[in-house]
Write a protein that binds this ligand. Structure first.
Ligand code: ATP
Ligand code: MG
Length: 468
């Protein structure tokens, strides 16, 4: 990062001692170039400026550009009120329960335009505000009236980390820094603005955001920002499960899942997100299932890096696997098939997990299928085995099988067999399964989700009847 040291204090000498003055890093003192800013974001910034408003690029985009990274989205902050923003853009929608934000849409790209907020308005507070931006109710329903919208000087304090609180001014391409964010970004430090404990109490998700940015950007968490996390980790229990689902996806589907998992563990946060996983990890930290989880997260990161798709379905299958295996092992031996046992274990774990993180059905249903298909990979004799190849979830279930093999949960030979069969023409596939003696199925070590507990009586019995 090229940042020269000629950082100026805005209006220096004119300070009234009341409002804080930013450090202003002029264009030639920082590396952010308009060439790296989305043309649509630039359009929005310029149009606001030309209409006489202040307009800044803010948040993660400025931080990422400063670090030489590609921002994933571009957020704008302005002193124009949402209705005024709407008047400037035909392609604009006001969102939020009380229209706090403007979304300006350009095809697939949405530029979010937020009006500067007054002090002490929590980020996600959407209720109890009228259209003019006045708060009308407090949380006990008492009538209040204070202004929701404020100045940039007020807006900065409600942001979370110093590196996320930088403002790139479209007027002269300078960066305004009220909180030492440029220096912290340069030193790769995540530091909360204000008193850390207070800021986590306001919004416990900030603990997860600290971990996310540390993992994704390779930042350290400033000691004072890190200190209260252990003590306050339990506050995550009161965060709505739907919000945690969004946050978990951001944590684990952004290319640094393995690191994020490690850091979450260091701060005692896994207990509050995935209690059953935490219990399994405590009991058998080096189990095959934990190894699968680590390999699965590393594989997810590789896919993100290679620009391949990643889904919450596979991610949650990986994250829940240690708990599912544990329940599976403990289910009393009955005459359920392995597939039925796998589903029972899966459903128990998902039901408990939903109380913490709300994973929508459209992800848990295919997740169940991936898990339930695992015992079926053991059955390799007879044409019936080939039906698995046509299952709509075959690809994901097969990828999961590969992970199990890599973790040592099933023989590599089993995974290789399923790899090879996919490459064969139909007649050879049939030959393959017909030449295989039925008695060989299940002989493979690790037929069950937990590597060979050998509970397959009923199926063997059935097959014996058939062939006998
Ligand atoms: P990403 O690269 O994931 O988009 P980001 O920093 O842009 O990272 P967003 O969630 O897009 O994060 O939020 C945009 C900005 O809004 C942040 O940079 C931060 O200034 C502010 N912000 C978001 N969530 C919070 C929060 N929970 N508390 C305080 N400030 C927040
Ligand atoms: Mg962002």
């Amino acid at each position: 990062m090229r940042l020269n040291d000629t950082i100026l204090e805005k209006n220096s000498g004119q300070s009234d001692g009341q409002s804080p003055q930013p450090l202003v890093v002029p264009r030639d003192g920082h590396p952010i170039s308009r060439a790296n800013i989305s043309p649509n974001a630039l359009k929005v910034l310029y149009r606001l400026k030309d209409a006489g408003y202040q307009a800044f690029l803010v948040g993660g985009a400025v931080r990422d550009l400063l670090l030489g990274l590609n921002p994933k989205d571009f957020d704008v902050a302005t002193n124009a009120h949402p209705e005024q923003v709407k008047q400037l853009f035909r392609n604009c929608r006001l969102i939020g329960r009380r229209f706090h934000l403007a979304h300006v849409r350009f095809g697939y790209e949405i530029i979010e335009v937020a009006t500067f907020r007054a002090a002490h308005t929590p980020m996600d507070e959407d209720n109890a505000v009228d259209e003019g931006g006045h708060r009308v109710l407090d949380d006990r329903g008492r009538i209040l009236r204070d202004n929701l919208y404020g100045t940039i000087e007020e807006d900065v304090w409600r942001r979370d980390f110093t590196a996320n609180a930088l403002y790139y001014n479209i007027e002269d391409f300078s960066i305004w820094d009220y909180v030492g964010g440029v220096a912290d970004a340069r030193a790769k430090v995540m530091r909360l603005i204000g008193d850390p404990e207070t800021r986590y109490r306001e919004d416990p998700v900030r603990m997860l955001r600290a971990v996310r940015f540390a993992a994704k950007l390779g930042f350290s968490i400033h000691p004072e920002t890190a200190a209260p996390i252990h003590k306050l980790a339990g506050m995550l229990d009161s965060v709505p499960p739907a919000r945690l689902f969004d946050e978990i996806n951001k944590l684990f589907l952004a290319g640094s899942a393995a690191k994020a998992f490690e850091v979450l563990g260091q701060y005692g946060l896994i207990e509050h997100l995935f209690p059953d996983l935490a219990a399994a990890a405590r009991e058998t930290p080096d189990s095959v299932a934990m190894k699968l989880l680590r390999l699965g997260l590393a594989g997810t990161d590789e896919r993100v890096r290679a620009d391949k798709s990643v889904t919450p379905t596979f991610l949650f299958a990986v994250l829940l696997w240690p708990a599912i295996s544990r329940v599976f092992q403990r289910l009393p031996g009955s005459d359920l098939t392995d597939m039925e046992r796998a589903l029972t274990a899966c459903d128990q774990v998902i039901a408990r997990q939903q109380t913490r993180i709300a994973v929508p059905k459209r992800f848990t249903l295919p997740l169940r299928e991936i898990i339930a298909m695992q015992p079926r990979f053991d059955l390799r004799s007879g044409r019936r085995a080939l039906r698995l190849l046509d299952h709509p979830r075959f690809r994901a279930a097969y990828d999961f099988l590969l992970l199990r093999a890599a973790a040592g949960g099933v023989e590599q030979e089993l995974a290789d067999w399923w790899t090879e069969i996919q490459t064969l023409p139909p007649e050879e596939r049939i030959a393959r399964v017909e030449q295989r003696p039925a008695g060989d199925d299940g002989a493979a070590q690790g037929g069950t989700p937990n590597s060979g507990s050998g509970r397959r009586k009923r199926r063997r019995r059935r097959r014996a009847t058939r062939s006998g």
